[in-house]
Design a protein around this ligand. Structure first.
Ligand code: 7TS
Length: 396
């Protein structure tokens, strides 16, 4: 059996999304900006797809959603443009990010630090959550931007975006949220919250890879990173990825409906997996269930090296993760485990299971069996693990 439980890294393309994209490779392949019918053949579908993307986050028409190549580009764009517009010009000198942002935010913030920007990295608490008060405490009159993700990719922890957005509005500071792990899992409504910028990537919600977007509130448009043509209203040059945009539109439409119709089933499967794995002694889960996305679990098995567990799982056909795929070549401990201050012997044992609406009960039951066997095998050969009766299972 092959079981894919790494849906926070990427997801299967929904067959309906693939069918919607198919005609735009070899049939309707015109460049939408050309002046002939091969171009205009694409226009209706492009507009429909953009409408679905706007509707998916309830963005009003006057705001901008600019299609990018991925959330990494969107995240880089926000931070670097803030640097060009506010920091390089001397108007402000400071940005705030959380210490558990995706590397596309952290590495960009570090790059801007090397150019003289002051950066505050907000800590997470022992539940893996950001406290909104810490945003308030760190804003100064020189702060240009706060960037805090909506949901964390490792733990699924949902951050207090509404409160943070309100604080930023009150203080007159721009607010960006990386909503990559929120779309399709949490209702994202940019009109209910005071969000200036929001990033997402289609392949995290059963759309294609290589297409994402940056939402920008009216009047908050940013300096383009890619100069050239007039595509995307001049915000981002480059020939439009027509199939990608059509795919992202379809994927968004389905993902938003799936929050009500499929997520409860995903949660039931995730909870079943979690309940069964927590029956293993000395096992810990980060972030209380009601405070994280319904598809995600970061679990530590004391004495079981994360990479060894992944090896056993992979041999049995099961895909999980020890951390973001973007950093998985390094044998480092999980960054979120480090940030919550977990003991060193636990920080190396975290495994992320992330489910999707395509995950089945049979797959979860099979996974439970494989994990239980792997924990026994790996603890037997562990030099550091010795079971003592006082060991217990808990929420970290
Ligand atoms: N932001 C978050 C919160 C993410 O989880 C990811 C990818 C990205 C940005 C970048 O998305 P991309 O489409 O530009 O690559 N996160 C992961 C992960 O958790 N495991 O692999 C990739």
């Amino acid at each position: 059996m092959r079981v894919y439980l790494d849906n926070n890294a990427t997801t299967i393309v929904d067959p309906q999304v693939k069918s919607a994209m198919d005609p735009f490779f070899s049939q309707y392949y015109g460049n939408p900006n050309s002046l002939h019918s091969f171009a205009s053949d694409t226009h209706i579908d492009l507009n429909n797809a953009l409408e679905k993307i706007y509707a998916g986050i309830n963005a009003p028409k006057q705001d901008s959603i600019v299609v990018t190549s991925c959330a990494t580009e969107s995240n880089n764009w926000v931070l670097k443009s803030i640097y060009f517009e506010y920091i390089l010009t001397g108007r402000k000198n400071h940005i705030i990010v959380s210490e558990v942002e995706h590397p596309s935010i952290i590495a960009t913030a570090k790059f801007l630090e090397s150019l003289g920007t002051k950066v505050t990295y907000l800590p997470i608490n022992s539940e893996g959550l950001i406290e909104a008060q810490s945003v308030r405490d760190n804003i100064t009159d020189k702060t240009a931007l706060v960037s805090v993700m909506w949901a964390n990719n490792e733990t699924g922890a949902i951050f207090p975006i509404e409160e943070i957005a309100e604080i930023c509005k009150e203080k007159g500071v721009l607010f960006h949220t990386d909503a990559v792990q929120a779309i399709g899992k949490i209702k994202v409504n940019v009109q209910h919250l005071d969000i200036d910028y929001l990033s997402f990537s289609a392949h995290k919600f059963h759309g294609p890879k290589g297409v994402g977007a940056l939402y920008m509130k009216k009047g908050k448009e940013l300096t383009p990173l890619l100069h050239g043509g007039s595509q995307m209203g001049g915000h981002r040059s480059g020939t439009l990825n027509v199939a990608g945009i059509v795919g992202m539109g379809k994927a968004m439409e389905i993902a938003v409906d799936a929050i009500d119709f499929d997520m409860p089933d995903v949660k039931e499967l995730r909870d079943h997996l979690e309940d069964e794995l927590l029956k293993i002694e000395d096992t810990f889960v980060v972030t209380p269930r009601q405070k994280r996305t319904d598809n995600t679990m970061l679990i530590s098995f004391r004495g079981v090296e994360g990479e060894s567990m992944l090896w056993d799982l992979n041999k049995a056909g099961i895909a999980a993760s020890t951390g973001s795929a973007c950093a998985s070549e390094d044998l480092e401990s999980n960054p979120v485990m480090e940030a919550i201050g977990a003991e060193a012997d636990l920080a190396h044992t975290a495994i992320r299971f992330s489910l999707s609406r395509f995950t089945t009960k049979d797959e979860i039951d099979y996974t439970i069996g494989v994990v239980k066997e792997a924990v026994i095998r790996l603890r037997e050969i562990s030099s550091s693990y010795a079971y003592t009766p006082k060991n217990h299972n808990s929420q970290l």
